[in-house]
Design a protein around this ligand. Structure first.
Ligand code: SF4
Length: 285
């Protein structure tokens, strides 16, 4: 980890695409490419406020703005901001760090949602975009591009021109956790954001792709809370495993599992590019 000294720019660093100067963490509405929030976006400081602000968000854009300024989990807020200021990876030490929760990224009208686990400390927590700027994202966006969902084969920084069509990426937990391990309480608090994402997407939703067992379990818990019909006993996660869900208004949604795109899986060959492409292509059925 690289420790950052305050230099001649007074703690401001240039954005890698726009060159605009930002402090870290990045204040809401300060001009970061793709920042969904403004300085007026309401901030959730407690689990009860997360539930209230999630439930009252009228659309995907408003929900992501509220997600992106959330401060309801003290341990995660401290961690994400400490990494942004003094815990940067040495190779990124001269870049501003987002240091906020990761809002969803992609097509707001998508009929497919992709559910990940949580942002990476030097990935989304640096770039402000899901799966962007780390090895997991390199694998994922290359596959999304090969299968026609992504405009570009890479996603390196907000403002790089990447765009998704027909799919939107969300996560079970929106803040980078130490050692990639959110606590059960943090997962439970963040679940309200995921529930509302699913609820807002439900009218047009056809499929939910879960990367890993944690995303799978979080999605099943969220849709149960929304009153969707879920098979019993609880379906177990598996790669390419598929389960039929029924929304509260009675239409079918496919729940599909996929091994996570983490280096642990991709470097060992447990998840190959062909396996990932096959699962992504199956979503178009
Ligand atoms: S993990 Fe979720 S609920 Fe907790 S602070 Fe981050 S965005 Fe808010």
């Amino acid at each position: 980890m690289g420790r950052r000294d305050v230099g001649p720019l007074g703690g401001l660093d240039p954005h890698p695409v726009t060159g605009d100067l930002f402090p870290s963490p990045v204040p809401a509405g300060s001009g970061w490419p793709g920042d969904p929030a403004t300085s007026d976006t309401p901030v959730a400081g407690t689990p009860a406020a997360v539930r209230r602000l999630a439930a009252s968000a009228g659309d995907v854009a408003e929900l992501q703005a509220r997600v992106s300024v959330c401060r309801a989990c003290p341990r995660l807020v401290r961690w994400r901001e400490d990494v942004a200021v003094s815990g940067r990876r040495a190779s990124f030490a001269d870049q501003p760090y987002w240091g906020r929760p990761g809002p969803s990224f992609g097509d707001p009208d998508a009929d497919v949602l992709l559910v990940g686990l949580a942002p990476a400390a030097n990935g989304t927590n640096r770039t402000g975009r899901m799966f962007t700027g780390d090895a997991s994202g390199d694998v994922l966006y290359a596959a999304l591009h090969r299968t026609g969902y992504a405009a570009l084969p890479t996603s390196v920084a907000a403002g790089d021109g990447q765009a998704l069509t027909g799919i939107r990426i969300v996560a079970a937990v929106r803040c980078a956790p130490p050692e990639n391990r959110p606590t059960p309480r943090e997962r439970a608090t963040c679940a309200a954001w995921l529930e509302r994402d699913l609820e807002l997407s439900a009218p047009r939703l056809r499929a939910v792709l879960c990367l890993g067992a944690i995303g799978w379990d979080a999605t099943l818990a969220a849709v149960r809370s929304l009153g969707w019909d879920v098979p019993r006993p609880k379906p177990r996660f598996g790669h390419a495993r598929e389960v039929a869900l029924t929304t509260a208004d009675g239409h079918g949604v496919r729940l599909v599992g996929c091994y996570h795109v983490s280096p642990h899986n991709t470097y060992t060959g447990r998840l190959t590019p062909d396996m990932l492409d096959d699962v992504l292509r199956s979503l178009r059925r």
